[in-house]
Design a binder for this molecule. Structure first.
Ligand SMILES: [Zn+2]
Length: 163
């Protein structure tokens, strides 16, 4: 193993690729379910290659920021959550590679229990959706002082475009 750190999107792409292999194994093991597993494998392969286009993108950087200072325990939890998440892809859920990256960012901040804006504690439950500021979660303070004003600005901008 080299000590080169892989970006989160590289890991995502590789995980999708291994998940496709796993589905093909399942298809051999369970012929009655083969069609579903093979269709899922095909999607996973496609997503794995789509994900490589996102390496080095803003989404990749955002994900890498969210994971970069995780503690050992958080990394362990994150690895579990990421595998769980990828296992769901293919049957009922047919996302795009960027949908996957967005969801991962949000999950990552939940694991960290940190606000993606001020990096303070996330607070109650799982915090708030930080869209349109970023793709993560945020604390109540940042929701009130940063995210909600940004949403108003976005609405006002959209209205003035229409007018
Ligand atoms: Zn905050």
């Amino acid at each position: 193993m080299s000590d080169t750190k892989h970006s989160e999107i590289e890991i995502l792409s590789y995980s999708l690729f291994s998940s496709a292999d796993w589905r093909r194994e399942k298809a051999k093991q369970f012929p009655r379910d083969a069609e579903r597993n093979l269709a899922a494998a095909e999607l996973l392969d496609k997503l794995s290659s789509e994900a490589t286009d996102l390496i080095g993108s803003d989404l990749d950087r955002e994900l890498t920021t969210a994971t970069s200072t995780m503690s050992g325990a958080e990394i362990a939890e994150w690895n579990d959550r990421r595998s769980e998440f990828i296992r769901d892809v293919g049957f009922d859920w047919r996302p795009s590679a960027s949908d996957l990256a967005w969801k991962l960012i949000s999950k990552c901040w939940i694991v960290r229990k940190r606000c993606s804006i001020c990096f303070g504690p996330l607070g109650r439950h799982m915090g708030n959706n930080a869209d349109p500021v970023n793709n993560g979660r945020c604390c109540d303070d940042c929701d009130r002082t940063v995210v909600i004003p940004a949403r108003f600005r976005a609405i006002t901008a959209a209205k003035s475009e229409v007018a």
